[in-house]
Design a protein around this ligand. Structure first.
Ligand SMILES: *Cc1c(COP(=O)(O)O)cnc(C)c1O
Length: 233
């Protein structure tokens, strides 16, 4: 599938495509961060990516972070949790994660805040919004976003940095684009409210299959797994 390319070559190709998408959108490539998603891949693959200069890695299961983190104790790695999270995993997130991109409900925020206070830590968070009609996609309903952001302002341990979404999985690029455009619009409207303690600079949107469309619609961070590490079997 990856045509015997090296990881360095694949990353260079992705950066090239990011640059071109930025050029089409009249944006600067430095506005877009590439987050490698290492879920299901082993620490050898992560070390290869570290050698290419990456320090942040996306994972969707806290158990997997707990397994990998000790094996990379000699490296300066920051774990970014991107998957749907059960409330009982708050403890692991408070221990291991640098950032959570899938915050989607008050119950989880409350559990995280309690655990983070115990750890004496604070983490960056993005609020995941459901922009796709698919039942399987998680995230907060757009209509609930503003209320939720105001509630989050009360938690000192959760530094709100922006929004995250997953687009509909579809061949219809207009449908995909509409998901990203909706998140961008929600960001603009939420910013008008200027909630104290809540920053909404960041928009995490776009994966291997749709990151160029996401960049054209304003993404500041693309989460790329298979295009860097290979297909997950
Ligand atoms: C797995 C995953 C990704 C990366 O997906 P690829 O298609 O492999 O790039 C991005 N975001 C989330 C939330 C994921 O779970």
């Amino acid at each position: 599938m990856l045509n015997n390319t090296t990881m360095a070559e694949r990353v260079a190709q992705i950066r090239n495509r990011i640059d071109q998408a930025c050029a089409r959108a009249g944006r600067y490539p430095r506005e877009v961060t590439l987050l490698p998603v290492s879920k299901t891949f082993d620490v050898a693959a992560i070390r290869e990516a570290i050698a290419l200069g990456f320090t942040r890695f996306g994972e969707n299961r806290t158990q997997e972070i707990a397994q990998k983190a000790p094996l990379l104790g000699d490296c300066d790695v920051q774990w970014v949790v991107i998957g749907q999270l059960q409330t009982n995993k708050a403890k692991e997130v408070a221990k291991f994660a640098h950032e959570l991109q899938s915050l989607d409900r008050l119950e989880l925020a409350e559990a995280l805040d309690r655990r983070l206070q115990q750890e004496g830590r604070a983490i960056d968070v993005l609020v995941q919004v459901k922009t796709s009609p698919e039942e399987t996609k998680s995230g907060l309903e757009p209509s609930e976003l503003f209320t939720f952001l105001r509630q989050l302002a009360n938690y000192q341990t959760l530094r709100v940095q922006g929004l995250m979404t997953m687009a509909v999985l579809s061949e219809d690029t207009q449908a995909v684009r509409a998901c990203f455009a909706q998140l961008k619009q929600l960001q603009a409207r939420a910013r008008e409210e200027a909630i104290a303690g809540v920053s909404l600079e960041r928009l995490s949107m776009g994966m291997s299959g749709d990151f160029e469309i996401a960049i054209e619609e304003g993404s500041t961070e693309v989460r790329v797994g298979s295009a860097i590490f290979g297909s997950r079997s």
